[in-house]
Write a protein that binds this ligand. Structure first.
Ligand code: HEM
Length: 414
């Protein structure tokens, strides 16, 4: 264990937990600025961590198999978002094998089918709410839940979709909470897991039919890297790992409408040009706040930044600061979709869904689906299916995960 230690500055506070709670998404950005460094050491949640950001940091964090997610995030976050036995908890061969299932499930033909389901469900919900003023966030959760269920191959009528939408959304909404709200969301999650486990059992027993290439079928038939079938509870966790994040795209739908409302010049452009809608979706993902950070635990000894990292050390990659890093993004605080006309596609500069390579590391396998759904909805919204009434459009960067104050209320046209 050679190498130097201490070339990375320390945060001035003994413990940064309160600073993180107070500053939210801007916690890292503020410390990087005052310390004049792109990495610093801090105590967070009573444990030491090295907080890092930027292109190079994202590459070290995501490439080269240096980090696991083991004991990296507080259990309150871990249990709501991924949970034990999930792809995110795996490393090496086991991870590679499970990840390939997700990559197949979320390839281009599957993404196209998901967008088609989304279109159908949007048309249905739009008609159901004609003339009403509703929070777009809640509507998005419902549309995406229905689309995800149909796409995944869950037979219609086997689950209360409104209730499931609430449970899936709560897993993300309550991830950063502690105490009662977190416990309530975790108990709602356990009920969703029980439903998913029963569904997997029914698909395996043949009492519920799921189409050949559907996500439910692929997970029910899934095996580990030794060829053994996935235990029912692990398969259930992975069912939720597909449904929950599809529903989470609702935040980006809201942000897309926020962006269109505040930059109306984009409306005619999006209506005309599908490629512009993709650039718009990417700028939504870069500009607006979603997951602030991702934590990892070093799996082995390595040197970075003139410092030696030991196995078990915790590193926190600041995703928000990386997405707003002026070294890679000119005028990072301006919403400029046209910047993606010239973007070089570097996997470690645009990291709202992680960095590196999705097939080999922990980068999100659902990125293409997220971009396609957000771009599709931006185009739908540009055709003005609703009015945006007077409301509080502010987005507090202190609240994780962020949303506009009034959850983006819209009045659906008849
Ligand atoms: C709402 C948009 C989304 C955001 C902001 C998001 C964000 C992320 C991030 C930051 C990671 C990396 C976690 C890490 O490094 O440990 C990740 C991983 C993951 N995401 Fe997403 N995601 C989104 C949508 C999706 C979708 C649509 C799916 C699937 C349908 C999905 C499934 C997953 C899975 C299974 C992983 C774990 C991958 C692994 O550990 O190898 N996500 N996501």
């Amino acid at each position: 264990m050679s190498g130097t230690r201490g070339s990375i500055p320390r945060s001035p506070a003994f413990d940064d937990t309160l600073a993180f709670v107070r500053s939210g998404y801007l916690y890292g950005t503020r410390r990087f600025r005052t310390l004049g460094a792109d990495a610093f050491e801090a105590r967070l949640g009573g444990r030491k961590a090295v907080v890092v950001h930027g292109r190079e940091a994202a590459s070290v964090f995501y490439e080269g198999d240096r980090f696991s997610r083991e004991r990296a995030m507080p259990t309150s976050v871990q249990h709501l978002l991924q949970d034990e036995g999930s792809v995110q908890a795996l490393e090496g061969l086991a991870h590679h094998h499970r990840k390939s299932m997700f990559m197949r499930m979320l390839d281009e033909p599957h993404v196209l089918r998901l967008v088609d389901e989304f279109d159908l469900q949007w048309a249905r919900v739009r008609a159901e709410h004609a003339g009403h003023t509703v929070p777009l966030y809640d509507l998005g959760n419902l549309v995406l839940t229905r689309a995800a269920l149909a796409w995944a191959g869950v037979p219609a009528g086997t689950v209360d979709d409104r209730e499931l939408a609430g449970r899936l959304a709560a897993m993300v909404d309550a991830a950063a909470t502690i105490g009662a709200p977190n416990w309530i969301a975790r108990s709602r999650r356990r009920r969703a897991e029980a439903w998913a486990a029963a569904l997997v059992a029914d698909v395996r027993a043949g009492t519920v039919e799921a189409g050949e290439h559907t996500a439910i079928r692929m997970i029910a038939d899934g095996s580990d890297h030794h060829g053994a079938p996935l235990p029912e509870e692990v398969a259930a966790v992975e069912v939720l790992n597909v449904l929950r994040p599809i529903v989470a795209v609702s935040r980006f739908l809201v942000f897309a409408v926020h962006a269109l409302h505040t930059h109306p010049a984009w409306e005619p452009v999006l209506a005309e040009d599908a490629a512009a809608a993709t650039r718009f979706a990417n700028e939504v993902r870069r500009f607006y706040p979603f997951f602030p950070v991702i934590a990892g635990t070093a799996r082995r000894d390595f040197d970075w930044h003139g410092r030696n990292f030991e196995p078990g050390e915790r590193v926190i990659l600041d995703l928000y600061a990386t997405n707003h890093d002026p070294r890679n993004w000119a005028e990072p605080r301006r919403f400029l979709p046209e910047r993606f006309e010239r973007w070089d596609g570097d996997p470690n500069t645009l990291v709202p869904q992680g960095g590196g390579d999705a097939a080999t590391g922990h980068r999100c396998p659902g990125e293409a689906a997220t971009i396609a759904l957000t771009a599709r909805f931006a185009r739908l919204a540009a055709s003005r299916p609703f009015e945006v009434p007077e409301q509080d459009l502010r987005i507090s960067l202190r609240h994780i995960p962020a949303l506009p104050m009034d959850r983006m209320r819209v009045t659906m046209r008849a």
